[in-house]
Ligand binder design. Structure first.
Ligand code: NAP
Length: 247
């Protein structure tokens, strides 16, 4: 993998899990700078200081769809030029359709998909993006499969997938846009799902024959998709599902 020295990537959802791990990998192992975005200011501010490089933290709640463009305005004001974006912000509510919680479902759509559409708008209208920047959205394998009690989450990720396709089409020749569809990844979200499920370990063994994925493995795929090594790839989905779809 080529070095990312001198390059800057925005990570949305950087305060924990996949986003945090990706930020750590990009800075510590590949020499990049990062702009960390999430709600928890103290965590992203500390991480921006802890990771090597010239990093920056922006507090934002993606439930607020109206002001996402301000993130790009702030980058312009700070003279931060982005070589890529990782959209890893997300929530994963668990309930059956018979118990559908409309408000929670709307929030899930907003954070997991509609905010990404606003990120696309920001990118396509901003002067803070370097030509040939690469955008990676973290979707989910459940966007193309049916599981239990994940209708809101799965629908939001299916929506995200289509935004990835349209974003890639509208940005063609200028920026690349791809999605990763992970299976179960060992993160705070995974631990939360564990708490809300019965017979969790056995279900995981059955559903993910190759095991629960360490976040580091997702970070390496993110880095590949951000790098010039993937310069002919856009509008694509990459499964890392630990054998889930072979069930
Ligand atoms: N873990 C898995 O098994 C798995 C599998 C497939 C796909 N994914 C996807 O991977 C992505 C990352 O998940 P993860 O496992 O790393 O989860 P995580 O550890 O819970 O991290 C989620 C991140 O999203 C941010 N976030 C949540 N709501 C937000 C909001 N309203 N505004 C701004 N940021 C918000 C959180 O930051 P703050 O709380 O600080 O705002 C946090 O940084 C998600 O899109 C998830 O759906 C995860």
């Amino acid at each position: 993998m080529s070095s990312f020295s001198g390059k800057t990537f925005m990570i949305a959802g950087a305060s924990s899990g996949i986003g945090r791990n990706a930020a750590e990998f990009l800075t510590r192992s590949l020499g990049a700078n990062v702009v960390l975005v999430a709600r928890r200011t103290s965590i992203i501010t500390d991480l921006a200081k802890t990771f090597p490089g010239d990093n920056y933290a922006i507090t934002y709640d993606f439930l607020d769809l109206e002001h996402i463009g301000d993130i790009f305005t702030e980058c312009e004001q700070q003279k931060i030029y982005l070589d890529g974006i990782v959209y890893s912000a997300g929530i994963a509510p668990l309930y059956a359709l018979k118990d559908n919680d409309t408000e929670r479902t709307m929030d899930t759509m907003k954070i997991n998909a509609l905010a990404f559409a606003e990120i696309a708008k920001g990118v396509l209208n901003s002067s803070c993006m370097h030509e040939q920047a690469s955008i990676v959205a973290i979707s989910s394998i459940v966007s193309i499969a049916v599981t239990n009690r994940q209708s809101a989450y799965a629908a939001s990720k299916a929506m995200l997938n289509m935004y990835v396709k349209y974003f890639a089409k509208e940005a063609l020749g200028k920026y690349r846009v791809n999605a990763i569809l992970p299976g179960a990844v060992e993160t705070e979200m995974y631990q939360e799902l564990r708490k809300q499920s019965t017979d969790f370990e056995n279900k995981m063994k059955r559903n993910y024959p190759l095991g629960v994925i360490p976040a580091e493995k997702i970070s390496k795929l993110i880095a590949y998709l951000l790098s010039e090594d993937s310069s002919y790839i856009t509008g694509s989905f990459f499964q890392m599902d630990s054998g889930f779809l072979l069930n």
